[in-house]
Design a protein around this ligand. Structure first.
Ligand code: WTA
Length: 635
């Protein structure tokens, strides 16, 4: 029996059992039967969570682009690999076949080489959702360069921090980008960021909006002429299974973003296998994930997972409300989308609009719907199920993380009965555990605790770039011999998991992870600010929004508070990006602190969320009076 494609619940249970009873032989079989290796492994898995050190398929050699492109050329050469749907519906969609993708990736790979990039070099990619973005990832992978994609909504400062952290030699960007009716001047953001990055020698610029931009002599090159001159054949660099494929930054509770390092072999096997099963992809399906490739969802489930299966994957450049709120459904009808994968925040925004935006379009091609990035609330789940899936397309609520590389807890559509707000059951090979505060595993059902994973899986991040100690402390120190996710979860009476949210200082706003510390650091740069604390509070579209408590310096107290609020958000936009702006800013004379000086965020969170009946014990605070003051002035 091939275990590659699971078709019913009983089979899921059987395969799951096999994958935990004999993980090595299980993954060996999947890897052997479904991928192209230049050399087989010496061992399937080596691991030690105390170091932590994990390796999969040690000794094996491969190139992931041969698996994502070359091996499909005979059977699927003319099939659309990437279907690009532009921001403006008046501009035609582009179908890039596997043959065409092969040429474009190889040309791009040759350009990278000609510009001095070789195996192991880091290349920063800061591009909008245009085909060059996916092609740039694959071109790096073709020659063994490590890509580090930075979401093109991040500010110049955030970009520079990420470029310097991984010492990138090159940046790939565009003149600008379209975002609904607006254009964004990406190149000038790059120019500003690069003032502080001496490691970058070359900038390649794709043309998208035809704006006039500055090109720095000797550093900046237009991409297209270089591609035109490049050969369409580039032999793939043969990589070890454990060679890094990419770095992708994610926010931490403290300070610097964490450059999660993903390696080649295990990542490929796991993203491909999850893609096939979680979306039940069939040969002629047209799959669309609305995420941006700047996030892990785009890496794993727009680029690598789909292409490794020879799928047609849609890349859409636009936003859900341009030219109007019917845009998603227009695209579904136009391309006869079969699987649609989006974020709860988008569903909530769409659900607020008139249903006529949905009803205008024929959505009968849809078979599977997915969500990712944050908990989905019951109302949004039902809206999605009733109006988009017409109660016949199962919703896969997929829980996973940048760190996990691939989907970890999810229903398998048409097999696992779904339950609103539940990510349901662990995927094949995944061994979750709920832990209590004393570090004990909680057995049985109808329990809740901190979500950990007990056993390695092929696509887990191997380290944090340049900081293995931080990797160990963040993920492997809270609980012995466990990967700690930072999330809380409950397990219901049948063993289904429901993710309840972060238990650390990361706040998920519109599906984007934001650490409180970097935002507070930014606010504290304002000359009038003495101290600040950020918490999340419920927001009916974004899931959570940010609430800032700010103590002004004496010199700042005479300032117009609204001006200070604007300036604070301006600083946050410059340091991080507009996604981290605060919805509410309350000025206060103090912050509730423990005797050891730690801010009691739990109290601040409750006040901001209007849950003040049960604030818990405040008597141990250093300054209990400030709690009343904050409650009296809450916004
Ligand atoms: C949250 C996104 C509830 C969770 C792939 C996790 C979810 C963080 C879900 C990772 C879900 C993701 N239900 N919460 N289905 N999916 N999360 O790194 O808190 O951007 O730890 O990866 O998003 O976000 P990241």
């Amino acid at each position: 029996m091939s275990n590659y494609h699971i078709k019913h619940l009983e089979e899921y249970f059987q395969v799951y059992r096999k994958s935990v009873d004999n993980p090595e032989s299980f993954w060996e079989e999947i890897a052997e039967e479904h991928f192209m290796w230049r050399k087989k492994w010496n061992s399937v898995l080596n691991w030690d969570f105390t170091k932590p050190a994990v390796s999969w398929f040690e000794g094996a050699q491969l190139n992931i682009t041969e698996n994502c492109i070359d091996r499909h050329l005979h059977t699927r050469g003319d099939k659309t690999a990437i279907l690009f749907e532009p921001n403006d519906p008046k501009e035609e969609a582009t179908h890039i076949s596997y043959k065409e993708l092969y040429k474009r990736v190889n040309k791009f790979a040759n350009v990278l080489k000609a510009q001095g990039i070789s195996k192991g070099d880091r290349v920063c990619i800061y591009l909008p959702m245009i085909p060059e973005l996916a092609i740039a990832l694959l071109a790096c992978a073709r020659i063994g360069a490590i890509h580090s994609v930075v979401f093109a909504g991040f500010s110049a400062t955030a970009l520079a921090t990420r470029i310097n952290d991984s010492d990138c030699k090159m940046v790939i960007t565009s003149d600008g980008s379209y975002r609904g009716a607006k254009t964004i001047d990406l190149k000038s953001i790059v120019d500003e960021g690069l003032e502080n990055c001496s490691c970058v020698k070359t900038v390649l610029v794709a043309k998208r909006i035809n704006s006039s931009i500055n090109m720095k002599e000797g550093r900046d090159h237009w991409l297209q002429p270089l591609l035109d001159d490049a050969s369409a054949e580039c032999a793939p660099e043969i990589m070890n299974a454990e060679d890094p494929l990419f770095i992708l930054y994610t926010s931490g509770s403290t300070g610097m973003p964490k450059g999660m390092v993903h390696t080649t072999g295990g990542y490929m096997v796991y993203t491909a296998y999850t893609f096939k099963n979680v979306f039940q992809y069939k040969e002629d399906d047209v799959y669309w994930c609305t995420a941006d490739i700047g996030w892990i969802t785009g890496h794993s489930y727009i680029v690598y997972g789909p292409l490794a299966n020879g799928a047609t994957t849609v890349m859409s450049e636009g936003v859900p409300n341009y030219p109007d709120w019917g845009r998603f459904w227009e695209i579904v009808e136009k391309h006869k989308i079969t699987q649609f994968y989006t974020a709860p925040t988008a569903i909530r925004a769409l659900a607020k609009e008139n249903l006529s935006y949905v009803e205008t379009y024929d959505l009968s091609s849809l078979k599977v719907l997915g969500t990712v990035g944050e908990p989905i609330n019951e109302e949004a789940w039902h809206w999605y199920n009733d109006n988009i899936g017409k109660k016949k397309s199962p919703i896969v609520d997929t829980w996973w993380q940048t760190e996990t590389g691939g989907i970890m807890i999810t229903p398998i559509p048409f097999s696992t009965p779904t339950k609103p707000t539940y990510a349901t059951l662990p995927f094949i090979g995944i061994q979750p555990a709920l832990m209590d505060e004393n570090g004990q595993e909680i057995q049985g059902n109808q329990v809740d605790g901190r979500l950990c994973i007990k056993f390695p899986w092929p696509s887990m991040a191997r380290t944090i770039w340049g900081n293995h100690q931080r990797y160990k402390e963040t993920y492997f120190s809270a609980f012995e011999n466990m990967y700690f996710t930072g999330d809380g979860a409950l397990r219901d009476e049948v063993g289904y998991y429901r993710i309840t949210g972060r238990v650390d200082d990361v706040i998920i706003v519109s599906g984007h992870n934001l650490g409180t510390a970097p935002i507070e650091d930014a606010i504290n740069e304002h000359p009038a600010v003495a101290e600040s604390a950020i918490v999340g509070f419920p927001h009916d579209i974004k899931g959570n929004a940010l609430y800032g408590y700010v103590i002004l310096k004496e010199t700042g107290e005479s300032r117009d508070p609204n001006n200070v609020r604007k300036e604070i958000n301006q600083i946050i936009t410059e340091h991080i990006g507009p996604i981290a702006k605060l919805d509410k800013i309350q000025f206060t004379s103090g912050l509730p602190k423990t005797r050891s000086g730690k801010i009691m965020r739990r109290i601040l969170r409750k006040i901001a969320s209007n849950e003040t009946e049960n604030l818990g014990d405040t008597s141990t605070l250093l300054n209990p009076d400030v709690v009343q003051e904050i409650m009296d002035n809450v916004l």
